[in-house]
Design a protein around this ligand. Structure first.
Ligand code: SAH
Length: 204
């Protein structure tokens, strides 16, 4: 998988090393394990998916390329816990929010089993971010809202990056990079992508 990521243009050594170290099969149901290293997204239950390895690596690489050190990272959409594990393995302190409670409980167990202790969890609708822990050096959203959630931009430190797939349900989504500046922010559309929709409200 790591050789393929290199061929796809991923160069960040910490990300390649993290994805080489973390057993992706620990984040997926046993029935799907033979497909776990394929370059595709995989179902994780409740209609949700774990992104293909390339997208996980690409979003992490964009996030970590900020002009400031990236220590504190907010993730919206814990899901299987894989993206959070990659960030934690890269040395970040991760604050991860998930709206579906059972996902959080399982992700927590997986992270504990791997000895990843630099992850904090919140069961909440992520549209409002995690104001009490802001500002963040980076924010990664792993479900697609129709528009960039403005609350999240406000929780970025100056020079920090928000990476989010933007697109209405059924429309083409675009990975979008927002960089906070001293007075405002900049916005850059990047790759086309396909994520599950970002939904409002919590679920138990
Ligand atoms: N990062 C995950 C990807 C999971 S798929 C992984 O590595 O496996 C997207 C996740 O976003 C789903 O678990 C979904 O429940 C969650 N999600 C969708 N809308 C959300 C919201 N408003 N707040 C928090 N989580 C949300």
């Amino acid at each position: 998988m790591v050789e393929r990521l290199r061929a796809q243009g991923i160069t960040h050594p910490a990300i390649l090393s993290a994805m080489n170290t973390l057993a992706r099969e620990l984040f997926i149901d046993e029935a799907l394990r033979m497909r776990v290293y394929d370059d595709c997204s995989l179902p994780i239950g409740q209609g949700q998916t774990l992104s293909q390895p390339y997208i996980v690596a690409r979003m992490t690489e964009i996030l970590l390329a900020a002009s400031r050190p990236v220590k504190r990272v907010l993730e919206i959409g814990t899901g299987s816990g894989y993206q959070a594990a990659v960030l934690a393995q890269c040395g970040c302190t991760v604050f991860t929010i998930e709206r579906i409670e059972p996902f959080l409980a399982v992700a927590k167990l997986r992270h504990r089993a791997l000895g990843l202790l630099n992850i904090r969890y919140l069961h909440r609708d992520g549209f409002n971010g995690w104001p009490s822990q802001a500002p963040f050096d980076g924010i990664i959203v792993t479900a697609a809202p129709a528009e960039v959630p403005v609350e999240l931009i406000a929780q970025l430190a100056v020079g920090g990056r928000l990476i989010v797939p933007v697109g209405a349900q059924g429309a083409t989504q675009r990975l979008t990079l927002i960089t906070r500046t001293a007075t405002s922010h900049t916005r850059h559309p990047l790759d086309a992508c396909s994520f599950v929709p970002m939904l409002c409200g919590e679920q138990f």
